[in-house]
Design a protein around this ligand. Structure first.
Ligand code: NDP
Ligand code: MG
Length: 380
């Protein structure tokens, strides 16, 4: 029986993970889970899975849970997430919170030498170097959940790291593929929230439309697999069937393909190195698809990707700035306080003003994050 902690059990990845666990109750057991605002759904999940610990983001939620489940240990907020990350009872910690609030909980899990099923890409973007060092030091293990990184991880199994010549990350191109900058000026929130292939949380859906999501994935891939940015290519593939590819030095290219369902990479991160059965009815049907298309990304219009390569190549604290500026900008856009293209303006300005520094510890990362957040929120 593998014991699992889910950070962000009420989100899009969290509920897909719950589906995976529900379909394999003899293999997986939930020991802890966390939510932020949605304590109603968390209480339904407690009812069904009977965890030992939970963490919740609001005082109202805490009171409601403690009243109904007096036996349960209830933690709160970011401290609560950290507590869940460090639990001795768990073998695997799935990090499926949105944004960089998950960093410290991930660090706690790393320090306990656990397997981290990593969905939260912001963590490695902000603290990649530090986390990699700690993973080595504490003998922890990171198995990617993001579909592209799971595909790269699986494709990399067919060769040694020094034999890799290129990572090719696919991108759906989002809902605005083919548009001009002028078209993007008029984008409304509801247009940006419609993703062609994947049903996801609101923040990542906006990120997919700006290609910031792909940018975060490029930086995440760099830290996960130790490949230089010069050797990472992004290709737009509107059908999202080829999840990503690895080119080896003999020019052999290995790809991973599949249906667009996050339950597949989530389950693989739980079962790796084995592959379990699953009860999905949908299967890849190449004849029905009949064609797969590929094109170059337009980095002049979708600057989210261009800025990521720039931030990644500069390194040090620049990817953190790129991520924090984007998190705040997307939040402001979701609140209707800024226009769509202001997201790029905010990222560009933050990166332009920043003098990169070496990141030595998590406190320093939190401080840089906090001061940039305050600065941007004050302005808008
Ligand atoms: P959602 O917005 O659907 O879910 C986010 C989860 O995090 C919810 O459980 C939410 O709780 C919780 N949460 C939100 N804010 C906080 C906070 N401040 N403190 C603690 N918990 C918080 O996001 P997704 O599931 O779409 O994405 C989660 C992560 O996985 C992201 O990093 C994303 O980039 C990554 N990812 C997602 C994919 C997808 O298909 N969705 C694909 C690949 C990666 P509540 O709902 O209770 O408020
Ligand atoms: Mg992805």
């Amino acid at each position: 029986m593998k014991k699992i902690t889910i950070l962000g059990s009420t989100g899009s990845i969290g509920t897909s993970a719950i589906d995976v666990i529900r379909a394999h109750r003899d293999e997986f057991q939930i020991v802890a889970m966390s939510a932020h605002g949605n304590h109603k759904l968390l209480m339904e999940q407690i009812e069904e899975f009977n965890p030992i610990y939970v963490s919740i983001g609001t005082e109202e939620g805490r009171r409601a849970i403690e009243e109904r489940y007096p036996e349960l240990t209830v933690y709160m907020g970011e401290e609560g997430l950290k507590k869940l990350g460090a639990l001795d009872e768990a073998d695997i910690v799935l990090t499926a919170v949105s944004g960089n609030v998950g960093i410290e909980a991930t660090v706690e899990a790393v320090k306990k030498g656990k397997r981290i099923a990593l969905a939260n890409k912001e963590t490695l973007v902000c603290a990649g170097e530090l986390i990699n060092k700690m993973v080595e030091e504490y003998g922890a293990e990171i198995i990617p959940v993001d579909s592209e990184h799971s595909a790269l991880f699986q494709s990399l199994e067919s060769g040694r790291r020094e034999e890799v010549s290129k990572l090719i990350i696919t991108a759906s191109g989002g809902p605005f593929r083919g548009r001009t900058t002028k078209d993007l000026e008029k984008v409304k929130l509801e247009d940006a929230l419609k993703h062609p292939n994947w049903a996801m949380g609101r923040k990542i859906t906006i990120d997919s439309s700006t290609l910031v999501n792909k940018g975060l994935e490029v930086i995440e891939a760099h830290y996960l697999f130790g490949i230089d940015y010069e050797d990472i290519e992004v290709v737009v593939h509107p059908q999202s069937i080829v999840h990503s590819l690895v080119e080896f030095r003999d020019r052999s290219v290995i790809a991973q393909l599949g249906i667009t369902d996050m339950k597949v990479p989530i389950q693989y991160a739980f079962t790796y190195p084995e592959r379990g059965e699953n009860n999905l009815t949908e299967r890849l049907d190449l004849v029905k698809l009949s064609r797969l298309d590929f094109e170059a990304p337009d980095m002049e219009v979708f600057k989210g990707l261009k800025f990521a390569f720039e931030a990644g190549k500069i390194g040090m604290s620049m990817p953190l700035i790129y991520n924090t500026a984007n998190e705040v900008a997307v939040d402001l856009f979701l609140q209707g306080k800024i226009q769509y293209l202001d997201i790029y303006r905010i990222i560009e300005e933050a990166m332009g003003k920043h003098t990169p520094v070496e990141l030595k510890n998590i406190e320093q990362i939190k401080e840089i994050d906090r001061s940039l957040r305050d600065e941007i929120y004050r302005k808008y």
